[in-house]
Design a binder for this molecule. Structure first.
Ligand SMILES: [Zn+2]
Ligand SMILES: [Zn+2]
Length: 106
């Protein structure tokens, strides 16, 4: 799928960074799918570089709690766009943020 936009400016350098706005933006734009076994799949545009990503997320549930509550996961951009200064063994632009996922457990 084409993801190169000629109107886009110079590519963002890889940077391990988070901003408060990332979580807010992602909370609105990311779709959350729950599969069997509690696997959570996120899909949406990276709030930093704008690439469409679907990073896996593992919801961390607090043991001992019987009530359903929100789960907090850390999402890391794993786009495949070229970002300067990115380590060879990494993907994404370096952005990361926390996302609250409403747990649905039965
Ligand atoms: Zn990104
Ligand atoms: Zn990117």
């Amino acid at each position: 799928m084409p993801s190169q936009d000629p109107q886009a400016g110079p590519p963002l350098p890889f940077r391990r960074v988070t901003e408060a706005g990332y979580a807010d933006t992602a909370a609105r734009t990311f779709a959350v799918d729950r599969g069997p076994g509690g696997v959570v799949r996120l899909t949406g545009p990276c709030p930093r570089c704008g690439a469409w990503i679907s990073p896996p997320a593992v919801a961390e549930t607090v043991r001992g709690r019987e009530t359903t509550g929100p789960g907090l996961v850390t999402v890391v951009c794993d786009c495949e766009e070229p970002h300067p200064q990115r380590p060879a063994n990494r993907t994404g632009c370096g952005a990361y943020w926390n996302l609250t996922i409403e747990e649905v457990r039965r």
